[in-house]
Each structure stands twice: as structure tokens, then as C-alpha cells.
Design a protein around this ligand. Sequence first.
Ligand code: SF4
Length: 142
Amino acid sequence: MGGRRQQPLLPPVCCCPGALLITVITFYLLTTLIKSLQARHAPLADTDYQLTVLTEAQAAGARLPAFGQKLREAGLLPLRPTELKTMQINVGRMCNQVCKHCHVDAGPDRTEIMTRATMQLCLDALAQTDIEVVDLTGGRPR
Ligand code: SF4
């Protein structure tokens, strides 16, 4: 199959001491600092813990309006289907970045990725619609 080649994690190594030092530092950063919450065993990797934090913050008076309240304020209640404009596809958690805002805790250490069969199901479903926008989310190796 003609899929895109995975980008190597490390730059090519040459005999120049400066380049070697950069390679070692890059390797250190990639293998120790740049990891998903799950790989760092961070408590926030656990969704139950996330809910606990949010619940406790609300109980402590944090300004976290309920979803229903925000919908009411925006005049969107009761919710009604309108039209399907965007298909969002979560392709997995494997990514060469570790953004702090990532909602799926993606990272280079994650291995979960959409199977070809699931991708085909997405394409089949898409072909039956007029959807013009496909939003890829989840791990997105670049
Ligand atoms: S999936 Fe997107 S948000 Fe998450 S780490 Fe990768 S680039 Fe960042």
C-alpha cells in the first residue's frame, strides 16, 4: 500500500559533535519529557479523576457553568437536529505531539489507532451524506 511514511522521531545522526549533542538532547526530551498523561502516570489521565476534579471545583464555587445552562443562555434549548455539516473522525491517540489541550491524551507513546476497517466504515458513511467538512481529531501524526 502507498501510505505515508512515518516520520522518524530523531533527526539523522552525523559525526559532528554539535549534531550529536542535539540528537542526544532531542532523544532525552522525546523519551522523558514529551509523553502523554497516561505514560507519565498522571492522575488526570483517568476520566473518573477528571470528573472528581471538576465536581470538587464546582463544589468549591468555581465558575464552571453547567452545559445545560450554557445552552439555555445561548437560546439553544430544547435541542433540535438541524443539518449535518461536519463529520468528526477520531483516528486514535498516536501523535507526534503532546498538546496540553489534547482531549484524547495523544502522544508518541500512544499506540491506539483507527483500523482500516473502521476507516472504511467512516468513508462509506460519509459517501451517503452531503457532508463537506471532515474534521480529523485524535492522534494526527504529521
Ligand atoms: S491529537 Fe491534536 S491536540 Fe492531541 S496531541 Fe496531537 S496535535 Fe495535539
